[in-house]
Write a protein that binds this ligand. Sequence first.
Ligand code: G1P
Length: 279
Amino acid sequence: MTSTIRKCLFPAAGYGTRFLPATKAMPKEMLTLVNKPLIQYGVEEAINAGLTNIAFVSGRGKRAIEDHFDISYELEHQILGTSKESLLYQIRDVISQCTFSYTRQVEMHGLGHAILTGETLVGQEPFAVVLADDFCSAEGDGVLKQMVALYNEHQCTIVAIEEIPADQTESYGIIAGEEISPGLYQVKEMVEKPKPEDAPSNLAIIGRYILTPDIFDILRHTDPGRGGEIQITDAIAERAKTGKVLAYKIKGQRFDCGQIEGFVAATNFVFENLYTNGS
Ligand code: G1P
């Protein structure tokens, strides 16, 4: 088994019902922060971490994602040599650096099930998972790059966390553990979306994970949990019983783009701080 991380898995089969009607005929991952789709920010974060083997668990109605990470000959032909061409430089760059593979989740049984569906693309090696609707921005190394560096040191499962207000625990997986160095916890307990009174802490998992391939066997035997779905949180909690699982407080900002408010905040942030018009 290689111990270097090369692959990044993007579960991208969800419906995005909170954004209807925008997501009626368009994947939620293609919603844009200003002029770039959420999924492209995620892929760029993976590239920044050195992960250029990109795997998507997609589903029905998601073909725009495949088309986005491919060449559009007609478009290239139309704008070749014009001032607009520079607008395509960044996505061309992404396409040329990565390989993209796809598998479809035929039925939706939760995030754990989506990740298990990706086994065929990941195989027997450690891998990263990015949930593209958690948009992360960091001033130095990207969040995934921070986590890959940590993996290289510890060679174990790692989840990204941040502190959240105590009344929001029902929206997240929540961890509890021992702080082994500032911002780094050895996980003892993980609960998916507990009520505030049942939450073991206010440390919430955000959509960045480094997983080892033994997670697939655990997922195969994980019963449906919260919401009747197979939860990755439950599988990682099981993993923590027998091996080291770390929770890492990210250095950077994270926006929940699965919610309208977070999406608007991220849009403003990108416009003010990151937006380039291709020039
Ligand atoms: C998923 C996970 C949850 C995690 C969250 C991060 O939930 O199940 O543990 O905290 O992503 O965004 P979802 O937001 O898909 O309901």
